[in-house]
Design a protein around this ligand. Structure first.
Ligand code: NAP
Ligand code: F7E
Length: 331
């Protein structure tokens, strides 16, 4: 039975990836940081078959200990400070976790067993202010946030350990991927949650920043399949993963509210608080290489993704409200 160690198991992708690896017959170890991490219980409930192991990307010794103890065949490094606005507020910590954390994990692999295969969660945010569209593996990087800069460092250190030490290390350059498990602050989930709350009469307004930003949004469940496929190839390589379609934040609002019979223009207000010191205006992924070599295809398109997220938030809120949901006047 193959063994995989996953950092960031408490995040959106960590849970989907663990489920996928378990379905492929893996023994899965999920790394959790901190004392009394509040998300530990959620992971234990969602994926009870996964084993929890302590560790922190800020702590080299804990990574060496985790690798020595679990002796994995594959390591998936999903742990990061991943919220772009937080990276502007805490740029140094972002560099430590999202950037140097990759080096610490690669060092742990090099020291304990350099045959372990390594996946690095690289990001389309590395392209930032790209001059060409769509972006592929050859597009130059121009990150626009401390997060994007830290991911560029993580990308290159992964490449360097491949070239210097022959480690089977791959970068998955993933465009935005979403789901009902997406963190509540990311724009898609913020919109789906608010639309559902407004529908149920729990809220009236939704404050957003730049409505013109354009992203290539896919479904997280599809994207974790690509991570696994990268580590099953005969040679390590880097792959762009996206749908090839992009939409604005405004489009997402329109689709989400319309699905509930609402007009987004009556509810969405713009607020400077949610604009960024420097923005990534538009991103769109060209995944031809992944389609050709990995045989990877996304299965969920934009309208279905929006529907999936809105429906899940509505069901979740109704469940939380109990009988109150039926008696409350909805919009
Ligand atoms: P997420 O939901 O924000 O999860 C981030 C994970 O990192 C959490 O489990 C968090 O654990 C963990 N983490 C934070 N600080 C850590 C530390 N010091 N040591 C160890 N773990 C730490 O992110 P996601 O959306 O699942 O994304 C997974 C990865 O893919 C991230 O690296 C992200 O940057 C990257 N990525 C995401 C997207 C996307 O669209 N989702 C696209 C491209 C790349 P706690 O629960 O302890 O905070
Ligand atoms: O913003 C705009 C915002 O925070 C998307 C992370 O997973 O994907 C994610 O990064 C766009 C931006 O994601 C609000 O300005 C408008 O242009 O959902 P987001 P992100 O910054 O694209 C990449 C690939 C990653 O790797 C990251 O880890 O939406 N926007 N109004 C807003 N964004 C937020 N969060 N909140 C707003 O109110």
């Amino acid at each position: 039975m193959k063994k995989a160690l996953v950092t960031g198991i408490t995040g959106q992708d960590g849970v989907y990836l663990a489920e996928h690896l378990l379905s492929q017959g893996y023994d899965v170890f999920g790394m959790i940081r901190g004392q009394n991490n509040p998300r530990r219980a959620t992971v234990e409930q969602a994926i009870p078959q996964a084993h929890i192991i302590d560790g922190d990307l800020l702590d080299q010794g804990s990574l060496i200990a985790a690798i020595s103890k679990t002796q994995p065949d594959e390591v998936y490094n999903l742990g990061a400070i991943s919220f772009v606005p937080l990276s502007f507020k805490q740029p140094e910590l972002t560099g430590e976790v999202t950037g140097l954390g990759v080096t610490r994990m690669l060092e742990a692999i090099r020291i304990v067993n350099s045959k372990i295969r390594f996946y690095q969660a690289s990001s389309s945010e590395m392209f930032g202010a790209a001059k060409t569209s769509p972006q592929n593996e050859a597009t130059p990087f121009h990150p626009r946030s401390p997060y994007g800069v830290a991911k560029v460092y993580g990308y290159y250190i992964t490449l360097n350990y491949r070239e210097a030490y022959g480690i089977f290390a791959c970068n998955g350059i993933l465009f935005n991927h979403e789901s009902p498990r997406r963190g509540l602050d990311f724009v898609t989930r913020k919109i789906s949650r608010a639309a559902a709350r407004i529908k149920l009469g729990l809220e009236k307004k939704l404050k957003l920043g730049n409505l013109e930003a354009r992203r290539d949004w896919g479904f997280a469940g599809d994207y974790v399949r690509a991570m696994h496929l990268m580590l099953q190839q005969p040679q390590p390589d880097d792959y762009v993963i996206g749908t090839g379609e992009s939409h604005t934040v405004r489009d997402f609002c329109n689709a989400a509210f319309r699905h509930l019979g609402l007009d987004w223009r009556e509810h969405v207000v713009q607020d400077q608080e949610f604009t960024r010191p420097s923005e990534v205006d538009t991103l769109c992924g060209d995944s031809s290489k992944a389609r050709r070599i990995l045989g990877w295809e996304p299965s969920v398109r934009f309208p279905d993704l929006v529907r999936m997220m809105v429906e899940a938030d509505l069901a979740d809120l109704k469940h939380e409200m109990g009988p109150r949901a039926a008696s409350r006047p909805s919009r």
